[in-house]
Write a protein that binds this ligand. Structure first.
Ligand code: FRU
Length: 510
């Protein structure tokens, strides 16, 4: 008997094959961030640790650099840093997922990897109102080939109550005290974001428990991609609300990603929580998903883009990338996010400078690049404002600036002059205590920058599209700043090595 699913996967792989090499040579291609081998990527899906490897699936359209019928792309890594692409895991086409395998999650059961995802069907032309979503299962014996469950969908309909019947998606599954639970993204009938809680003993039969949280004014019209986990004794609900209104420097992107902290009562299915906190203050961070690894770390990864943003790489036949995997910890009374420690595996060409005074603007010897990590400890007591310019090309005037203003306590990321693509400015509150020390950790990967301030208290992420010559780094201070310590490393290429002409570099043993 013909296996239509595997045939559709093979066709999608052939489509990618035609453009893969061309895409790999694009100067904007990230070297250490996961990106699709070609064409479109959005949300991370099924992020999990299975049989000694980290698996990262992602929303993928393998026929064009535009969002369309969703497949699940698949990458795998032993160390969260060096990733290799595997064949596409899911292709749409059954009656229940004809128009897309939407976001979902993964869990191991009986040694097999189970994917719980949303089957999407369009029932008319209006993509907001004419849709039917159900929850489906796919199972793999080896973590590479996935077969859809013959009994799909496993949750055919949204439950009764004040629950929108069609916008019903993005199951995230976990195990708790011998049972499986899943949260799902939802909205009320009058369009207020909410999360639904389900329970199952076997991943096949699911019972609706309750509306777990949401339904309030001011939190947007739909909650996408919920994720519930406990961290250091508290429960955290990560979610991606659509339609929150801008509030000062907050919620300026089209959609938001953040978390609610509280406690889930598994008996009543209710989540008591505090206010919404953003997980990233930049431009490009959406639909984060987490996993718990063997070492007990809670690790988050997100789509490093935003719906409806201009994406200049589309002209080069690809679109989108993932953020770095970030470890979540509860420290100093708050959730902090920092790239996983394994990032240090990629460090090369170290540069180290101590006690350098900057007044005005200056370059420093050996400090430049387009694929690097830069750690800065800055004494800014004698500066009104201080910061660093990245991806600078003095001739063309390109630069991406990061500047801290002491009076307002705001860190500003400015991509107005970054190159092609969208501009804009984002500001984040950063506390600099009396000692006047500002700690910054920056990761630049050709067309992206990720900023971590004060040991992960604040993160800011942006896609930028500089010219290939824009590799300068300049330091600046209005007044005087002392660079107490500067550490910089180039970061090796760790993604997309399969496309490399050098078979040794592409070797399986990463
Ligand atoms: C979030 C999202 C999900 C949906 C997927 C479709 O970015 O809209 O809610 O499952 O993308 O690609």
């Amino acid at each position: 008997m013909k296996d239509h699913h595997q045939e559709r996967i093979a066709a999608a792989e052939r489509s990618l094959q035609n453009v893969r090499e061309r895409v790999a040579s694009d100067p904007w291609r990230p070297r250490y961030h996961v990106a699709p081998p070609a064409y479109w990527m959005n949300d991370p899906n099924g992020f999990c640790y299975y049989r000694g490897e980290y698996h990262l699936f992602y929303q993928h359209h393998p026929y064009s650099p535009l969002w369309d019928d969703m497949h699940w792309g698949h990458a795998v890594s032993r160390d969260l840093v060096r990733w290799r692409q595997l064949p596409i895991a899911l292709a749409p086409g059954e009656t229940y997922d004809r128009d897309g395998c939407f976001s979902g999650s993964a869990i191991e059961k009986d040694g097999k990897l189970h994917l719980l995802y949303t089957g999407n069907i369009w029932t008319g032309d209006n993509r907001d109102t004419d849709l039917k979503q159900s929850q489906c299962l796919a199972i793999s014996e080896d973590g590479v080939r996935f077969d859809k469950w013959a009994g799909n969908p496993v949750i055919a309909e949204a439950p009764e109550g004040d629950i929108h019947p069609f916008h019903f998606r993005d199951p995230k599954v976990w195990r708790h005290e011998g049972a499986y639970y899943a949260v799902l993204g939802s909205r009320t009938k009058d369009h207020k974001g909410q999360v639904l809680l389900y329970r199952s003993d076997d991943l096949l039969r699911w019972q609706f428990v309750s509306v777990m949280a949401g339904g309030r004014e001011g939190y947007g019209y739909m909650w996408e991609c919920p994720d519930l986990f406990s961290l250091d004794g508290r429960d955290v609900l990560v979610l991606s609300p659509q339609g929150m209104k801008p509030d000062g420097d907050k919620y300026l992107n089209l959609h938001q990603a953040g978390y609610l902290e509280g406690r889930l009562d598994y008996e009543t299915g209710k989540f008591e929580h505090g206010g919404f906190t953003m997980l990233d203050y930049g431009f490009d961070f959406y639909a984060p998903q987490t996993l718990l690894d063997e070492r007990g770390r809670r690790i988050m990864i997100a789509w490093m883009a935003m719906w409806e943003s201009e994406m200049p790489e589309q002209e080069r036949q690809w679109a989108g990338a993932m953020t770095l995997p970030r470890e979540l910890r509860y420290e100093r009374g708050r959730l902090i996010t920092l790239p996983v420690a394994e990032m240090a595996l990629l460090r090369t060409n170290p540069v180290s400078l101590d006690q350098v005074t900057i007044e005005g603007e200056a370059e420093l010897p050996g400090v430049s690049g387009d694929c690097f990590e830069l750690e800065l400890l800055l004494d800014i007591r004698e500066a009104r404002s201080a910061g660093v310019k990245l991806c600078v090309n003095e001739a063309s005037g390109e630069e991406t600036t990061l500047i801290y203003d002491r009076e307002s306590g705001m860190l500003t990321l400015d991509r107005e002059r970054s190159g092609q693509g969208p501009g804009g400015v984002r500001r984040a509150p950063v506390e600099v205590a009396d000692g006047g020390l500002l700690r910054l950790r920056l990761f630049v990967d050709r067309s992206s920058v990720e900023v971590f301030a004060q040991d992960g208290e604040i993160a800011m992420t942006a896609r930028i599209y500089p010219g290939a010559e824009s590799t300068g780094i300049r330091f600046m201070a209005d007044g005087r700043m002392r660079i107490v310590a500067l550490r910089k490393w180039d970061l090796d290429r760790s993604v997309g090595l399969e496309e490399s002409a050098d078979p040794a570099a592409a070797g399986g043993e990463l």
